[in-house]
Design a protein around this ligand. Structure first.
Ligand code: RTP
Ligand code: MG
Length: 137
């Protein structure tokens, strides 16, 4: 089933020069296509929309601060089972719990600075694509 997903390479990935490496892992998967890609520093309002489900949680404010601390790379990736697939490439939220071989497992330590966001369902993907690429709704 062909799908699309919204991926963010977080400010830590950009600062550390890991965007090429992470994009390569996504690009190498057979049949997946990057159909949008932009380097952008996110406004607080955009992040409040994106992270609405986490409003009120203890990590919300530091997360929004971190995500606006420098540019991110936003992508739309399309292809077969790409929503589950990019989540699998990323690994679990906590990089220390993430297996080596996954993006978070290979490069992350801190839970917040876990390098990559990827939509977690078709509903999230459609919602998030509209937030970051309104022209692609
Ligand atoms: P994402 O949405 O970024 O793809 O990550 P996720 O689904 O694996 O994690 P989620 O639970 O949606 O949390 C969103 C992001 O918030 C930060 N976080 N910090 N306890 C903490 O300090 C904590 N928990 C989550 C992470 O950056 C996580 O990716
Ligand atoms: Mg999430």
């Amino acid at each position: 089933m062909s799908q699309r997903t919204l991926v963010l390479l977080k400010p830590d990935a950009v600062r550390r020069g890991l965007t090429g490496e992470i994009i390569s892992r996504i690009e190498r998967k057979a049949g997946w296509q990057i159909t949008a890609l932009e380097l952008r520093t996110l406004e607080r309002a955009t992040l409040e929309q994106h992270y609405a489900e986490h409003l009120g949680k203890p990590f919300y404010e530091p997360l929004v601060e971190f995500m606006s601390s420098g540019p991110v790379v936003a992508l739309i990736v399309e292809g077969e089972r790409v929503i589950e697939g990019v989540r699998q490439l990323a690994g679990p939220t906590d990089p220390i719990a993430a297996a080596p071989g996954s993006i978070r497992g290979d490069y992350g330590v801190i839970v917040r600075e876990n390098l990559i966001h990827a939509s977690d369902s078709e509903e999230s993907a459609e919602r998030e694509v509209k937030i970051f690429f309104p022209g692609r709704g």
